[in-house]
Design a protein around this ligand. Sequence first.
Ligand code: SAM
Length: 243
Amino acid sequence: SSFGYETVDPADKTQRVGDLFSSVASKYDIMNDAMSGGMHRLWKDRFVRRVKPQPGEATLDMAGGTGDVAFRMAARGAEVTVADINQDMLDVGIERAMARGIDDAEGGLSWSCQNAESLTYPARQYDAYTIVFGIRNVTHIDRALAEAYRVLKHGGRFFCMEFSTTSWPGFKQAYDAYSHRIMPKIGGVIAGDEDSYRYLAESIRRFPKPPQFEAMIQGAGFCQTKVEPILGGAVAIHSGWKL
Ligand code: SAM
């Protein structure tokens, strides 16, 4: 891409990401707790407070996986479509919804297998588009952003939360060591899949830094873009409006 981000064959990357999430789907939620020490729950709460879902709003939670973010938004009354390229992840989400007694129609949730780069939806359908810890896995980020823009209504908002690298001195070294040495080991022990978690750490390192990613969001047409760093930028919430 023009952003110099992809160094692997695009077809390989999409396939590899597909296999990865199929292999981790059943352990995905417990892994998130293990890897982040439970912090991902607080980050997701904070993210949803920023999105401010309103009752009845059509919301697309892209790369929504097992529904973690979607459940939070549906609880505030939004009508959420959880879209993900991986049916195994969606299936875990559907089971979680059933276990919580959330009926799809009344609970404001629906599930849809979609590639973020080429959505099957018509233009201008959604009030909000969210993507949490998903976009760095997408092969062509620019295409996913263009699709986000297309399916949003005018006045619609885009929110993305993604890992990045922190600028806090000291913490940066600890974080790098953690993500490159310790994360894959935890992945090996809990999910039996060290390689997948090595790939995930690598994908975080390669993802564009916040200013560069913000420029990509603007390049897709979004206005009034903002970046909110968390933990010195180890995690960042990006947002913008389609006006
Ligand atoms: N948003 C959820 C969360 O925060 O718990 C799931 C995040 S999980 C780390 C990343 C998700 O991105 C996986 O479910 C994966 O299948 C999905 N994904 C990867 N590439 C995708 C693509 N091109 N289109 C849609 N989803 C994709």
